[in-house]
Design a protein around this ligand. Structure first.
Ligand code: SAM
Length: 426
């Protein structure tokens, strides 16, 4: 790999005696890791379920090294884990997420940190995951869905457009900022080609502007974590210092740097801040609930097919019905691509359940299930129907007898395939 001269010169100046070890780290293969999705199962159960869970990632109790090539494994389809670069796990571990918190992940796609934060919230509170690039926001939604996360709103906005709506609203904010990506060099040749010293400075400007927006949305007494996957001081310590100096009520609590010659990972920087002052109780406009007739269509489906009664605020968006996380305020003027748990679509008065709902429920919450073998799962995810004798209606296909992977609808002893067409592996 040919690394940019100016990058090497700067690293040598910054790292001094450590430089040779840093350079040698480019001879090693990049590390890949996974994070167990504790919304669906414990680490112990995951280790009993799969045979590829390696050594623990030191700074994340649910993180483990593995070979990184299990995207099509049934346990991945069932959302039992999320593949994540190991050092990237440090950001969400640095901030003190408490159950019930209102959390904003301002630069969220593809969702590594959001899915980690959601596991920490454990189904409580509210997570707003924002991504500016529409195509990436779509991937973020798919990951939120696969991991079975119920309490997340996915938005697609520039941070400055969110400020007035969410003024001082969030208890915790994560800014995992777009950066010059020096920590990606070992994995991504394009990051090497796109790098320049000038780019590190323009990234720093953008990072400070994103932090300004984050500051405005952070409640007094709240915490903010800023992170990048680059080694450039101008985008890391310098940005953290400038941000702290700009705002009197911002305290820099700590900074971490994971470096590839010191840890098993590609490297990450993060800085934790606290905003001083006493919490104000602002009046917010609540979200508008959908009409009772629409909720009733869902309730009929629920009664026929589920063993659970979901509670909360039901909201319609086009033909789709959602359950919005508690604590969410009006979404007027918000470009929202997923306002919570997508329950399903109402088509000509009939309710068609969404994949998101299936992935968010546990085995016992379905009235009907079919346990598939791994071979049957590979047919199911291609879209094939499966013969089955049982009660008519919607049910969940299960991996390993326990974990939902998608809907079926049984009639005439055929379980019709309801695995989403865009996810099928053909
Ligand atoms: N947090 C993500 C994760 O853990 O999977 C990775 C985020 S990535 C480092 C940075 C993200 O910021 C990208 O998805 C990028 O599209 C987004 N981004 C780009 N420009 C932005 C801007 N001006 N404001 C906010 N986000 C931006």
């Amino acid at each position: 790999m040919k690394l940019p001269e100016k990058f090497l010169e700067r690293m040598q100046t910054d790292l001094k005696a450590e430089y040779d070890d840093f350079l040698k780290s480019y001879e090693d293969k990049p590390y890949t890791a996974l994070r167990v999705n504790t919304l669906k199962l414990s680490v112990a159960d995951f280790q009993k379920t799969v045979d590829f869970c390696g050594e623990n990632v030191n700074w994340c109790e649910n993180g483990f090294y593995y070979d990184g090539k299990k995207g099509n494994h049934p346990s991945s389809i069932a959302g039992l884990f999320y593949s994540q670069e190991p050092s990237a796990m440090i950001t969400a571990e640095t901030i003190d997420i408490k159950e019930g918190d209102k959390v904003l992940d301002l630069c969220a796609a593809p969702g590594g940190k959001s899915t980690q934060l959601a596991a920490k919230l454990n189904g409580t509170g509210l997570l707003v995951s924002n991504e500016v690039v529409p195509g990436r926001a779509k991937i973020l939604c798919e990951n939120i869905e696969r991991m079975g996360i119920k309490n997340t709103i996915v938005t697609n906005m520039y941070p400055e457009k969110m400020e007035s709506h969410f003024s001082e609203f969030f208890d915790k904010i994560i800014v995992d900022a777009p950066c010059s990506g020096e920590g990606m060099f070992r994995k991504d040749e394009i990051a090497v080609q796109e790098w320049s010293i000038e780019h590190t400075y323009s990234c720093a400007q953008r990072q400070l502007s994103i932090l300004d927006s984050a500051y405005k949305m952070l409640a007094t007494g709240g915490q903010l974590v800023y992170s990048t996957c680059t080694f450039a001081r101008v985008e890391n310590e310098d940005v953290a210092e400038k941000f702290k100096h700009k705002y009197e009520d911002i305290k820099l609590v700590k900074m971490h740097r994971l470096m590839p010659h010191k840890v098993k990972g590609e490297g990450h920087f993060c800085a934790l801040f606290e905003k001083g002052g006493k919490r104000k109780n602002e009046k917010r406009i609540p979200i508008t609930e959908t009409k009772r007739e629409i909720t009733n269509i869902y309730r009929e489906f629920e009664e026929e097919n589920l063993n659970t009664t979901l509670g909360g605020v039901f909201v319609s968006f086009g033909d789709f019905l959602y359950l919005v996380p508690s604590g969410m305020i009006s979404l007027d003027k918000i470009k929202c691509v997923r306002p919570g748990l997508q329950l399903g679509e109402i088509r000509k008065g009939r309710f068609i359940p969404s994949h998101h709902l299936c992935m968010a429920l546990k085995k016992d919450e379905f009235r009907r299930t079919i346990s598939l073998t791994d071979e049957e799962i590979s047919l199911y995810i291609k879209g094939e129907a499966i013969s089955h004798i049982g009660e008519k209606g919607y049910g969940a296909m299960l991996y390993n007898g326990t974990y939902p992977i998608g809907w079926y609808k049984l009639s005439d002893n055929i379980a019709k395939n309801h695995y989403p067409k865009h996810l099928r592996k053909v």
